[in-house]
Design a protein around this ligand. Sequence first.
Ligand code: PLP
Length: 476
Amino acid sequence: MNTNEIIKQLEELNKKSITLDLDENTRNKILNEVSNYTNQFISTLKATKGFGKPNAESLEIKNEPISIEKILQLYQHQVAETGINAASSKHLGYIPGGGVYTAALADYIAAITNPFASVYYASPGAATIENEVVDWLKKVFSFPKDSVGCLSSGGSISTLIALAAARDFYQIKNEKIKKSVVYLSEQVHHSTQKALRILGLEDVLIRYIPLDSHHRIIPSELNSLIENDKNNFLHPFLIVATAGTTDTGAIDPLNDIADIAQMHQLWFHVDAAYGGFFILTSKNALFKGIERADSLIVDPHKGLFLPYGVGAVLVKNSHTVLHSNYYTANYMQDGVNEEMIKSPANLSPELTKHFRGLRVWLPLQYHGIEPFIACLEEKLLLVHYFRNELINLGFHVGPQPDLSVSYFWYPFENDMEQKNRLLMDEIHNDGALFLSSSIIDKRFVIRIAVLAFRTKKETIDEAIEMIKRCLLKVKS
Ligand SMILES: Cc1ncc(COP(=O)(O)O)c(C=O)c1O
């Protein structure tokens, strides 16, 4: 093809490809539509249900353009109105999400400017913001300055990074795997067992540590298990404790566990994905010992009420994290002179990634920390209030939680398990608010998790009303 032909073809192609780069008028129009839609979404949240059934309409991509109005309509019917309304106050199941507005604006700015946050050389500013967030987390959890960390997509990936560091520190590979022992609580989040499997550690021995009546690890039992395994010439290497269990809102006795880990020279990992930011509240004393962990995970998309998609991991031993994640290639050569630790890509499996630091940094800068702390403190009181109200209605409740997750059941005279399941079904059919269930100590229970930032006393009052309605139905 000669140059003239190339130019002609380029002109033809440009007529179509240029439409990807919208002009200012179109940008304003489309942004206005999106802004109207999201404002309407937020303004009507109080009136919308916590849980909706799926719609049958199609979301298939047909490769032909459709208008923004139609796209938003589809989104509203097929996405916003279906399933759990995680942005609403009424999400009281699993671990509720957030959706602080300023984080969405940060995402918008990050996506438009699109800096390459993973490599310091490529975007020193964006990498610095990511690192500033990590440094702030080090201060929150009293981790030393020379520990390292990064922002991930959430708790599961953070766990993977932390446990890879533990694995590589003790060089758990080949024949050593089958003799290596990991100590977990029955209440550990399943992302831990999943991470072990992904990391090639499916065949390690797992010991489940007995728990006390508040679902916390009993340190003396942990110690006995380790001693027994050592006496049997096995290789204990990892203890996972939780600061805020998903089902029971418990904080394991971190300081006592840290003593045991130190005495036996085991890696001490703390899963603070859900509960970590409660360290900023009146519950601070319960976190004593967290600063002694070798690694720690915490999710800003849980306890900082940010939209889904941002977790964090801190690890004290930088060498082992670099060993797991640092790799380079010829096409990366321009970046290799910069200090390794400044580039998030060296501390995580991700290279190209969303610049997620901004969605943490911007809200913290804009609001300051106080509203976040007040919001967490409020959640602690709300779960207390909920439990009191339930007891007045004749429900049985689980032990007083350390944080904002609790569980309950109704003591039906017969078919108790079956009827509590029916009660859960009724609550889901009602859909005004969303709660979820679990099995704790072999008993079917209904859970409440108060963490959505919009959840207030009125929400809990509505939840109680809904539970009363549903209970009447099961009883009749
Ligand atoms: C205690 C705990 N750890 C880890 C996770 C996994 O986090 P993610 O869902 O962000 O991957 C969760 C999720 O709820 C959790 O509650």
